[in-house]
Design a protein around this ligand. Structure first.
Ligand SMILES: [Zn+2]
Length: 112
């Protein structure tokens, strides 16, 4: 009889451990998700900061304090306006339907 009780106890214990492991995995998943979300938000935040910064710089350039584009950049700008990529990724390829390309714009107007 006592032996039977021990087996029952072991079984209960096992059931509890399985429950705990599944709970543990659930919490682990939540932590992973939160970390991923956090990383995404950080990237987005960084991106928004850059956009803000470049907007502010453009605001300053509105006061004519920024020097005009260099000759090579002007050439790139012309190419771009004619519908070609000037970025490293697609250089010389046609921009489909004149779609804007952030990489190209960065090459032409980005920080020097
Ligand atoms: Zn491009």
């Amino acid at each position: 009889m006592a032996k039977r009780d021990v087996y029952e106890e072991l079984k209960d214990l096992q059931a509890e451990m399985v429950k705990m492991i599944s709970k543990f995995e659930q919490v682990q998943d939540e932590v992973t998700q939160t970390l991923e979300q956090n990383a995404e938000l950080e990237i987005e935040n960084q991106h928004l900061r850059e956009v803000l910064r470049s907007d502010r710089n453009e605001g300053i350039s509105g006061n004519n304090t920024e020097p005009p584009l260099s000759k090579s950049r002007k050439n790139l700008e012309k190419l771009y306006e004619e519908g070609f990529h000037v970025c490293n990724f697609e250089y010389g390829k046609r921009r489909e339907n004149d779609e804007p390309c952030a990489f190209c714009l960065d090459v032409i107007y980005g920080e020097r």
